[in-house]
Design a binder for this molecule. Structure first.
Ligand code: FDA
Length: 404
C-alpha cells in the first residue's frame, strides 16, 4: 500500500494551493478529486476571469468581509497569508491582472491562468494528482508508525499521516460539488453548522412578483439592508430584476445575511431626497408627468412601473395629492419586500455554514482529530462577493500546509 505524508481531498482552489506549498516544504502529497476536470470553480469564477482576491481585505477586521459563527476565526490565517502575498505569487507567474470595483482583482485574460499557476506550484512540489478518482472511505489507523489514516479510493487504498479535506461547498452541484467534507466531519464526531446557499439570488412567490416581472433585466444602483435595527447589514451595490425575483451584487451580498421570513429593504434612489424633491416640484407647479420626473433619478422603466402603481400618480406632479406623492417617495426610498426563498444551490456562489470553527485550530485548521484538517469552503467561514472567498481558500490552505 502506498503511503503519503498528506492526502488532500479536493483539487479546487484551497486543495491545490495547500498541496503545492506542502509539497514544496518537502512532504509527499497526493491530491484526489472525483471530477474529471481540475478546479472547475476557478474556471467559471469571476465571469471566466477569476476575481482572485480583494485589496480592501483587512485581516485585523475579518468580521467586515466574512461571516460565520465566529468570523474572528479567520484572522490568524488571513494575517499570515495576505492578499498581498497572493498578488506577489500571481506577479511571479507573470499573470496580468486589473482592479475593478471596490478592490476586486481580476485576471486580464482568463481563469485558466490561475489554474495553470496552481498546477505549476503543485508540480514544483512533486505533488501526485489522481483525477478523476473518488474517495470511498477515510478511516483511522491504530498502532505505531507514521500512518494515521487509511484512504480508500477508486485507484486503491493509501495511508497518510495527514488528511486535508478541501471538497468545498454545495453550490453548482452539476460540476461536482458534494457534501463529502461535512459527512466526513460528522463521521469523526465534529460539529457542522447547517450549510445553506449564500451569495444567491432571492425569489418571491409568483403572484406577488407579477407586477415586477416586467422589469426583468433592469439594473440600478441601490442601498440594500436586512436584519434588525440593532444588527443591520447594509450594502451599496447594483440590483438586478429577474423573472423570478432579485439578483445582482446587492442581492447576492445581502442574501448571505438574510434569514427566511425576514424582509429586505431597499433605497431605489440612494443619494436623492426624493420626498423633498417631489414636494419642491409640486410647490414649483411642475407640469411634468410624475414618471418623467422620476426618470431623472432612475431608469425610465422603473419610473414608469412605480408611478403606474397608483392611478393618482398618472398625471402632472402639480395635480397629485400630497399623500400620493409622499407614499410614492416612501416606497422608493424604503421599499420593503419579503423574499419567499432563494434560487438554491444551482445558482448560489458559495455555501454558508460548514465545519464548525469551534472544532478547528485557527492557526493550523487542524480539527480535534489529530492530522485531520479542513480548509476553504468546507469551513464555516463565508466571504463577501469580491474575491474574499478565494482569499480564504489561499490563506486557509497556506496555514494548513505550514502546520503539517
Ligand atoms: P472548490 O469548490 O474550489 O473545490 C472543491 C473540489 O473538491 C472540487 O474540485 C470538487 O470536484 C472536489 N470534490 C467535491 N467533492 C468531492 C469528493 N467527494 N471527492 C473528491 N473530490 C471532491 N470566489 C471568489 O473569491 N471570486 C470569484 O470570482 C468567484 N466566482 C465564483 C463564481 C461562481 C459561479 C461560483 C459557483 C463560485 C465563485 N466563487 C468566487 C467562490 C469560489 O469559487 C469558492 O469559494 C472556492 O472555489 C472555494 O474553494 P475550495 O477549494 O474550498 O472549493
Amino acid at each position: 500500500m502506498q503511503h503519503f505524508d498528506t492526502v488532500v481531498i479536493g483539487a479546487g482552489a484551497a486543495g491545490l494551493f495547500c498541496a503545492g506549498i506542502a509539497g514544496q516544504l518537502g512532504l509527499s502529497v497526493l491530491v484526489v478529486d472525483h471530477a474529471a476536470k481540475v478546479a472547475e470553480k476557478i474556471r467559471i469564477s469571476g465571469g471566466g476571469r477569476c476575481n482572485f482576491t480583494n485589496r480592501e481585505l483587512d485581516p485585523r477586521a475579518p468580521h467586515r468581509h466574512f461571516l460565520g459563527e465566529n468570523p474572528q476565526f479567520c484572522r490568524s490565517a488571513l494575517s499570515r497569508y495576505t492578499a498581498q502575498d497572493f498578488i506577489a505569487l500571481v506577479q511571479r507567474h507573470g499573470i496580468p491582472f486589473h482592479e475593478k470595483h471596490k478592490g476586486q482583482l481580476f485576471g486580464d485574460r482568463s481563469s485558466e491562468d490561475f489554474i495553470r499557476m496552481l498546477l505549476a506550484e503543485c508540480e514544483a512540489g512533486g505533488v501526485t494528482r489522481w483525477q478523476p478518482c473518488a474517495v470511498r472511505e477515510v478511516g483511522g489507523v491504530e498502532g505505531p508508525g507514521p500512518a494515521r489514516f487509511r484512504v480508500a479510493t477508486d485507484r486503491g487504498e493509501v495511508t497518510a499521516r495527514h488528511v486535508v479535506v478541501a471538497t468545498g461547498g454545495l453550490s453548482i452541484p452539476q460540476i461536482g460539488a458534494t457534501d463529502f467534507g461535512w459527512r466526513l466531519a460528522r463521521q469523526f464526531g465534529l460539529p457542522v453548522v447547517e450549510p445553506r446557499p449564500a451569495l444567491v439570488p432571492l425569489t418571491f412567490d409568483g403572484e406577488g412578483w407579477k407586477p415586477y416581472a416586467q422589469l426583468a433585466g433592469l439594473a440600478l444602483p441601490v442601498r440594500i439592508a436586512t436584519g434588525t435595527k440593532k444588527a443591520r447589514t447594509v450594502f451599496d451595490e447594483d440590483l438586478l430584476f429577474t423573472h423570478r425575483g432579485l439578483s445582482g451584487p446587492a442581492v447576492l451580498q445581502i442574501s448571505s445575511y438574510w434569514a427566511p421570513g425576514q424582509p429586505i429593504r431597499m433605497d431605489l434612489v440612494p443619494g436623492v431626497e426624493v420626498a423633498q424633491a417631489l414636494a419642491d416640484a409640486k410647490a414649483a407647479g411642475a407640469r411634468k408627468q410624475v414618471a418623467n420626473l422620476l426618470a431623472q433619478w432612475m431608469p425610465t422603466r422603473l419610473a414608469d412601473a412605480w408611478a403606474g402603481r397608483d392611478p393618482g400618480l398618472q398625471r402632472p406632479v402639480v395635480e397629485c395629492a400630497d399623500k400620493a406623492l409622499s407614499a410614492l417617495a416612501g416606497t422608493l426610498a424604503d421599499w420593503e419586500i419579503t423574499p419567499t426563498g432563494t434560487e438554491g444551490w444551482r445558482k448560489a456562489e458559495v455555501t454558508a455554514g460548514g465545519v464548525a470553527t469551534s472544532a478547528l485550530s485557527q492557526q493550523t485548521l487542524e480539527s480535534r482529530v489529530a492530522g485531520l484538517y479542513f480548509i476553504g469552503e468546507t469551513v464555516d467561514i463565508t466571504g463577501w462577493l469580491g474575491g474574499y472567498n478565494f482569499q480564504w481558500a489561499w490563506s486557509s490552505g497556506y496555514a494548513c500546509a505550514q502546520a503539517m
